[in-house]
Design a protein around this ligand. Structure first.
Ligand SMILES: Cc1ncc(COP(=O)(O)O)c(C=O)c1O
Length: 391
């Protein structure tokens, strides 16, 4: 006799969550040893050795327990000094900062802290795959705001305003942007700020790529006039200091918002990894030359890959931040998923379809240049052969 299949034990909301469009590529690429990958959004550099040593020394010194919930006070003070030096914004280390398990945790607890079920968040796309998912997991409703290459992926105040409803609670932006490499101009930042003020909204600003900008200055959203009170800043050590595996991020917000965020962090995480927090202190206090060095290297790679795409007929928007290029692939006559599949299986180069980052990313593909010059040369050579066939 056939047994009755067990009912699904998963919640409706988990079943409804769309799987990340990136994962599929990583899983396939892992089985293909001869592929040059431009897929991975993480530094290829190893964490600078003095930062590692600081972590190791903390273990030998016996710092193997929890830290304070909000993170080591030394780290919060170092972060305050760092943000003040760079952006002239000041967060009280006691009441306005929490050290998190990557910017990933920061994003989830920030959203969970501000959203009631059904609250809407305007999510500016294309963007990091987790934004919309995080809004849904927190019980909110992500409302995509599409940006276009023709507008240099800038979001306008008018676009945001057109999407406002009585349920709108927040605007979620991420610049320098993953996947486009766009930065948000000061003029457009001011438009976002004006809408936030007019409709009394929170702005969640994911600035994890703040240190990776090329020929432009990063502007911290909270530093705009009137914005400190309504901005939740997300950031972390992963990208600028090549510390993805250490899992250290942060969330900064004015005290009344932080009170709520802190409660969630306490119950969920207790405290971020202690060894990594000691390493992060060293990074913030003495890691500036490393950041400069890696930023310079990324810039060289950026020029190579963007020039390469353009010369192959894959028109590429000039990225000014992060470590991604986002060429238009429509000249091949394929959609972005078909392009990435064909390029992977026939050309042996891995890129990610632009539509994985929101519907408005369609027609593009993301290439990460956080990989060696040698790999970029090889990828461009393979792409050149591919384009002879499909260009
Ligand atoms: C835009 C953006 N935000 C957040 C994250 C998560 O970073 P973390 O390693 O700090 O969790 C990433 C990682 O790729 C990212 O690209």
């Amino acid at each position: 006799m056939l047994a009755t299949p067990p009912r699904s034990f998963l919640s409706r909301s988990t079943i409804d969550l769309r799987p990340s469009g990136i994962r599929k590529y990583f899983e396939i690429v892992a089985t293909m040893p001869d592929v040059v990958t431009l897929g991975i959004g993480e530094p290829d550099f190893v964490t600078p050795s003095h930062i590692m040593e600081a972590g190791i020394a903390s273990l030998h010194a016996g710092h193997t327990g929890y830290t304070s919930n909000a993170g080591l006070i030394e780290l919060r003070r170092a972060l305050n000094t760092y943000l003040q030096r760079l952006y002239a914004v000041e967060y009280n280390p006691d009441t306005e900062m929490v050290i998190t398990v990557g910017a990933s945790e920061a994003m989830f607890i920030a959203l969970r802290a501000i959203l009631d079920p059904g609250d809407e968040v305007l999510v500016v796309e294309p963007c990091f795959v987790a934004y919309a998912a995080a809004v849904s997991i927190a019980g909110g409703v992500p409302v995509p705001i599409n940006t276009r290459v023709e507008d240099a992926f800038q979001v306008t105040g008018a676009q945001l305003e057109a999407a406002i409803t009585p349920r709108t609670k927040a605007i979620f932006i991420g610049y320098p942007n993953n996947p486009t490499g766009a930065i948000l101009s000061q003029e457009h930042m001011r438009e976002v700020a004006a809408v936030a003020e007019k409709y009394d909204l929170v702005v969640i600003s994911d600035e994890i790529y703040d240190r990776l900008v090329y020929g432009v200055e990063h502007i911290n959203f909270a530093s705009l006039p009137g914005m400190f009170e309504r901005t939740i800043l997300l950031g972390g050590m992963s990208k600028a200091f090549a510390m993805t595996g250490w899992r250290i991020g942060y969330v900064c917000a004015p005290a009344p918002i932080m009170e709520g965020i802190k409660k969630l962090h306490q119950y969920l995480i207790m405290s971020a990894p202690t060894v990594s927090q000691y390493a992060a202190v060293e990074a913030l206090e003495h890691g500036e030359p490393d950041v400069q060095h890696m930023q310079h290297e990324y810039d060289e790679r950026r020029k190579l890959i963007v020039g390469g795409f353009n010369s192959l007929g894959l028109t590429c928007f000039e990225p000014r931040g992060a470590f991604y290029a986002f060429p238009n692939i429509q000249v091949t006559g394929m959609d972005d998923s078909h392009f990435c599949d064909t390029l992977l299986y026939e050309g042996r180069v891995a890129m990610i379809p632009g539509s994985a980052f929101g519907d408005c990313g369609a027609g593009h593909a993301r290439a990460s240049y956080a990989t060696s010059m040698e790999n970029i040369h090889e990828a461009l050579e393979r792409l050149s052969k591919f384009m002879q066939r499909y260009g």
